[in-house]
Ligand binder design. Structure first.
Ligand code: HEC
Length: 106
């Protein structure tokens, strides 16, 4: 009984914080180790993917821009911390990854 009350309080707290269900990293992100630096809804080494999605929402060509950026790496969009190149990500995986990231925009 006590644990039910506690979990209800925790759930209510999460809801008031505005974070609905946390979205997990997809398998393709774990496979390509994006999760070492990124989380969906929190800044880690790199920006939260939710924030990336919001930034590029409605931006023409965002998919191509971001695919190239992830492949070649780079810095100065979110801060001076660079993202190292990720040349081993296959084209199919990249499409899925960027699709996932941009799909987070609401
Ligand atoms: C070693 C850490 C690290 C890894 C691994 C990493 N990233 Fe990043 N990522 C960063 C950093 C740091 C930035 C911010 C770069 C900037 O400010 O320009 C970033 C930025 C991004 C952006 C936004 C780019 C922009 O120009 O706005 C996307 C999209 C992204 N990463 C996707 C990925 C994907 C997909 C993977 C896995 C294949 C990945 N990242 C792996 C550190 C990392």
């Amino acid at each position: 009984m006590k644990s039910i009350v506690v979990s209800m309080i925790v759930a209510a707290g999460l809801m008031t914080a505005g974070s609905a269900m946390a979205v997990d990293m997809p398998a393709v992100a774990l496979k390509n180790k994006c999760n070492t630096c990124h989380k969906v809804d929190m800044k880690l080494v790199g920006p939260a993917w939710k924030d990336v999605a919001a930034k590029y929402k409605g931006v023409a060509g965002a998919e191509a821009t971001l695919s190239a950026k992830v492949k070649k790496g780079g810095a100065n969009v979110w801060g001076t911390m660079p993202m190292p190149p990720n040349p081993t990500v296959s084209d199919a995986d990249m499409k899925e990854l960027i699709g996932f990231v941009l799909g987070l925009a609401k």
